[in-house]
Design a binder for this molecule. Structure first.
Ligand SMILES: [Zn+2]
Length: 276
């Protein structure tokens, strides 16, 4: 349905503006070379084989944009403000390219939740540690397939928070920064895959509640948390716009909303950079 509508829209645009080519440039995210942001690096390489780009020992996304190759590199929230580099392996050899990371000061956010969700029992701590392994495995997934687009419509309608990267103070105690975008929406609102992908894993997690992980290719992994229902299974292919679950407030949440996380090369990056 979505595809048909998109083709119709493209055809209408083509009719109205006959000089617009149907195959436009690839839709890249916005660049923001700060912790939690994205660095776009145009490679000095014109070959046809997919080059391998590594950052901090992780494989990074490379996108073919016409004849150009562009590395789309996630910068971890914990990245120091020091020069960083990518290592490029292509059919012409090995090359390094350096880039700098700018400063970004994220505000803090105070939240009140049940005490057992801040100071964990030994049992809950063991559970969280087991779950971290599952999350790390999901974020480490790699498929060569290029995502159909890096413009990602928000998965549910609603007000988007700008709380990505904020330092979190739960019940007066400092905890990890917020690594995704929260979108306020009523419980039961369908959550739609913004672009095509394959479900990596689903489960019920201590902090994230009912969660779905989707692999979009080349190291872009999306995560949908606090769901009241999960509608998909691991291994299932999702077309853009496919329903993957329903908004809820399972796990550590102060009200119904979708927590939307996007990871590139294992680094959580600000989803706002992908929303057209
Ligand atoms: Zn959140």
């Amino acid at each position: 349905m979505t595809l048909v509508l998109r083709l119709a829209t493209a055809a209408m645009v083509a009719c109205a503006l006959p000089w617009v080519a149907l195959a436009g440039p690839y839709s890249l995210p916005r660049e923001s070379a700060v912790p939690g942001g994205i660095k776009l690096i145009r490679l000095d390489y014109k070959g046809t084989a997919l080059p391998a780009v590594d950052v901090d020992g992780q494989r990074a996304m490379v996108i073919q944009d016409g004849l150009d190759w562009v590395a789309v590199v996630g910068i971890p929230l914990s990245a120091p403000l020091a020069p960083r580099k990518v290592v490029i392996h292509d059919s012409e050899g090995r090359q390094e390219m350096a880039f700098t990371v700018g400063d970004k000061r994220y505000a803090s956010q105070s939240l009140k939740v049940a005490p057992r969700q801040v100071n964990l029992s030994a049992e809950d701590l063991a559970r969280v540690n087991r779950e971290r392994v599952i999350i790390d495995a999901a974020l480490g997934r790699w498929r060569d397939e290029q995502p159909e687009s890096l413009h990602l419509p928000q998965p549910v309608p609603g007000a988007r928070s700008s709380s990505f990267g904020m330092r979190r103070i739960f019940n007066g105690e400092s905890r990890n920064p917020h690594t995704g975008m929260d979108i306020a929406a009523p419980t039961g609102t369908p959550v739609l895959a913004p672009i095509a992908g394959t479900v990596i894993d689903t489960g019920e997690f201590f902090f994230n509640g009912n969660t779905v992980f989707v692999d979009h290719g080349r190291g872009l992994i999306s995560m949908y948390c606090h769901l009241s229902a999960i509608d998909v299974k691991p291994g299932q292919h999702l077309a853009a716009g496919a329903r993957l679950g329903l908004v809820g407030m399972t796990g550590r949440a102060t009200g119904p909303h979708l927590h939307w996380g996007l990871s590139l090369n294992r680094a959580w990056v600000d989803p706002e950079l992908f929303v057209p």
